[in-house]
Design a protein around this ligand. Structure first.
Ligand code: AMP
Length: 306
């Protein structure tokens, strides 16, 4: 099934207790589309960059089968730039710089060939761009998944709430769920957020896993225990790409299948954090992915029948 992805395609500068990078390639849509490309070969990208963005990297996305005909390149302008620093526990970070640059007046133009996706992933970017994109599609996708972050809650809350009424699944982290709902309890927060629109809510808890809420059901998936975590940047987006990529490839949006999709998303995210930036998700061996999914299954499997 076809999948359309939007979000930032960006330069990131990252500081972790293990090191520091200069400007490297990042962006929500970069991570989402790369992760999803392991599951479906019909991934289209709607995004914007400046002419400072390397053509080599766009070629690389194309080699992964990602259709970049909806990636606008603005001459004379600079790509979105984000810089962040992780604290010692690697589970929390602070944003040091957000330069919208080319994103400030992004008008998401959807090429005809990409205008009727079966699945839509609204990666992190301005909520008004996310809702504009939905309104420009020629049919409503089977499933619309949205990601966002505190930055947009701070500066564009009304737009964000409007976009929330148009989506099926929201993925955010625990801190953002608390900010959006004004509730500390994640169960109460999940009810308040689902009343804003999305029937499904995924709350990401970094190294502590992820929760999926729907009606009165809750599913919890742990995160993979890793010896070394170098850089958590993009883990949430890689998770989302694996999640929606798996759903698109199986074309089954039941709660049961969403549980599997969460495990695939978590497995993809576990690869992401093992290296800086997108390095580790450019070439994941399918056998390693299979082994990691199996390791996830074992992590919390208990046979009560014996
Ligand atoms: P994650 O670690 O999954 O939350 O995503 C990190 C990625 O999000 C980085 O590659 C950034 O370029 C991108 N990013 C950071 N801030 C924003 C923002 N305000 N809007 C959209 N993308 C952002």
């Amino acid at each position: 099934m076809s999948l359309l992805v939007t979000g930032t395609v960006a330069f990131d500068a990252i500081e972790t207790p293990f090191g520091k990078t200069d400007k490297i390639i990042g962006g929500a849509a970069t991570y989402v589309s790369l992760a999803a490309s392991y599951f479906t070969k019909q991934v289209g990208l709607i995004a914007v960059v400046g002419d400072d963005f390397p053509q080599d990297y766009i070629d690389l996305l194309n080699q992964k089968g990602i259709d970049t005909s909806g990636l606008q390149i603005k001459s004379g302008e600079k790509s979105f730039f984000w810089s962040g620093r992780y604290f010692n526990d690697m589970n929390s970070r602070e944003t040091l710089i957000t330069e919208l640059n080319v994103l400030a007046d992004f008008d998401p133009i959807v090429p005809e060939a990409l205008s009727a996706p079966d699945y839509l992933m609204l990666g992190n970017l301005a909520p008004v761009v996310q809702s504009t994109l939905i309104s420009r599609l020629s049919k409503r996708p089977k499933l619309v998944v949205m990601d966002t972050m505190n930055f947009w809650m701070d500066i564009a809350l009304d737009d964000l709430k409007k976009t929330l009424t148009m989506v099926d699944v929201l993925t955010i982290n625990d801190e953002e769920a608390r900010q959006l709902s004004g509730e500390y309890s994640l169960i109460k927060a999940s009810r308040i957020i689902r009343a804003m629109g999305p029937k499904y809510l995924i709350i990401k808890k970094g190294e502590h896993g992820a929760l999926l809420f729907h009606e009165d059901q809750v599913f919890f998936a742990p995160a993979m225990l890793l010896e070394d975590v170098f850089d958590p940047t993009g883990a949430g987006d890689t998770f989302a790409g694996g999640f929606i990529g798996y759903l698109a490839s199986t074309d089954d949006i039941s709660f049961e299948n969403m549980k599997r999709a969460i495990i695939y998303g978590s497995a993809m995210a576990s690869f992401c954090v093992e290296q800086f930036g997108t390095d580790n998700i450019l070439n994941i061996d399918p056998n390693l992915l299979k082994a990691r999914v199996e390791a996830f299954r074992q992590l919390s499997y208990v046979d009560f029948l014996k």
